[in-house]
Design a protein around this ligand. Structure first.
Ligand SMILES: *Cc1c(COP(=O)(O)O)cnc(C)c1O
Length: 372
């Protein structure tokens, strides 16, 4: 489906083919992607300085907007430094290929984001994957395979919405002298009292998780990504992460918008609180309706339906209620794991969540009648 563009006053609504839909498919968790302050920051920057960065960071593309964003991200996350990448995908390729080589063992959750898998492949590292969230299998791999260099996990899993067993992974990493790398693309800005993400929620400090990756395209409503860590890590990425060195820097206006988003996310904690209340409301309603929920306490609330055709049919049926809920099918999720991936945003109202629940109740019930 072609993505319609939102009305700036309502990031959660889109007009598609003349119909206005409520969007339950985006990763705009804080409802910031149409915020006036992001638009103004980007517009002011563009009007004063033009659009393109002109070159890669190490040539002459690294502007004061990029530098300021890196400082603010590092401060926000309690790290010495942060380094911008042009996307989370590129950050993961760059980090893993810079930190591991073909002599190294890299241990990873089976449901990690595709970019982490590709990063491990690019590094040429020996990759061993443990079943999703299975800390005992992870421990066995570390014991049987010899010293691992990296343990790599998503913070919040993008298609299941659950959070990795971060405390247990940090303990294993420490025990085995490995570095824990956490890609918290869906957690930063959303989880933890301050919005620092899954690590804040788990009570883990920078020492336990030396490499933290985040994106600016989800909760922060803009584009780009970053790695946060100590000065030595960032220096070595600047030297060795080829997806940092050999690509054009983000347009400075995008960095300016991301700075605005980071500021709003800190000044307006109500966005996180409201969002988490919506998550609870959705789950309570879905339980009452007997919908096939997964154990997720994040804004990613998948409903597992199994068969791809069935997931598509349900998604289509929801369009009839002016609701946009995307069907996610293999290979994005395992065979037999097709689902409706509902994502909630601080831009949604309780009433919109209630409309979604009523519609889900109806389409799932209709389907049962149809099949029966
Ligand atoms: C979305 C996502 C990415 C990719 O980030 P982009 O900035 O969109 O390239 C990486 N890791 C995870 C876990 C993600 O969900």
């Amino acid at each position: 489906m072609v993505g319609a563009l939102p009305d700036p006053d309502h990031p959660e609504r889109v007009v598609l083919g003349g119909r206005e839909l409520t969007n339950f498919s985006s990763n705009d968790y804080l409802g910031l992607r149409t915020h006036a302050l992001l638009i103004r920051a980007a517009t002011d920057c563009m009007q004063q300085h033009g659009f393109g960065a002109g070159a890669a960071h190490l040539i002459c593309g690294h502007s004061i907007e990029h530098a300021a964003l890196e400082v603010e991200l590092a401060e926000f996350l309690g790290r010495e430094r942060a380094l911008l990448f042009s996307s989370g995908y590129l950050a993961n390729l760059g980090v893993l290929s810079a930190l591991a080589s073909r002599h190294d063992l890299l241990v990873a959750d089976r449901l990690n984001h595709a970019s982490l898998l590709d990063g491990a492949r690019l590094a040429g590292a020996r990759l061993r994957r443990y079943p999703h969230g299975d800390i005992e299998s992870c421990a066995r791999l570390l014991e049987n395979q010899g010293g691992a260099r990296l343990i790599v996990t998503d913070g919040v899993f993008s298609m299941d919405g659950d959070v990795a067993p971060l405390r247990a992974l940090a303990a294993l990493a420490q025990q085995h002298g490995a570095w824990l790398v956490v890609d918290d693309a869906h957690g930063i800005g959303v989880l933890g009292a301050q919005g620092h993400g899954a690590l804040e929620q788990a009570g883990l400090d920078a020492h336990s998780v030396p490499v933290l990756i985040g994106t600016l395209g989800k909760a922060f409503g803009s584009f780009g990504a970053f790695v946060a860590g100590d000065a030595a890590l960032i220096d070595s990425l600047i030297q060795r992460a080829r997806t940092y060195v050999y690509t054009t820097a983000l347009p400075p206006a995008i960095a300016a918008a991301a700075r605005a988003a980071l500021g709003i996310s800190q000044r307006e904690p109500w966005r996180r609180r409201h969002l988490l209340r919506l998550v609870e409301r959705f789950r309570a309603g879905a339980v009452a309706l007997g919908l096939p929920l997964l154990p997720s306490a994040t804004p990613i609330q998948p409903l597992i339906v199994g068969d791809s055709a069935r997931a598509l049919a349900l998604s289509d049926a929801l369009l009839g209620f002016d609701l946009w809920v995307s069907a996610i099918r293999p290979p994005t999720v395992p065979q037999g794991g097709a689902r409706l991936r509902v994502t909630l945003s601080a831009a949604h109202s309780e009433a919109q969540v209630d409309v979604l629940l009523a519609a889900l109740g109806e389409v799932f019930a209709r389907e049962t009648v149809g099949v029966g």
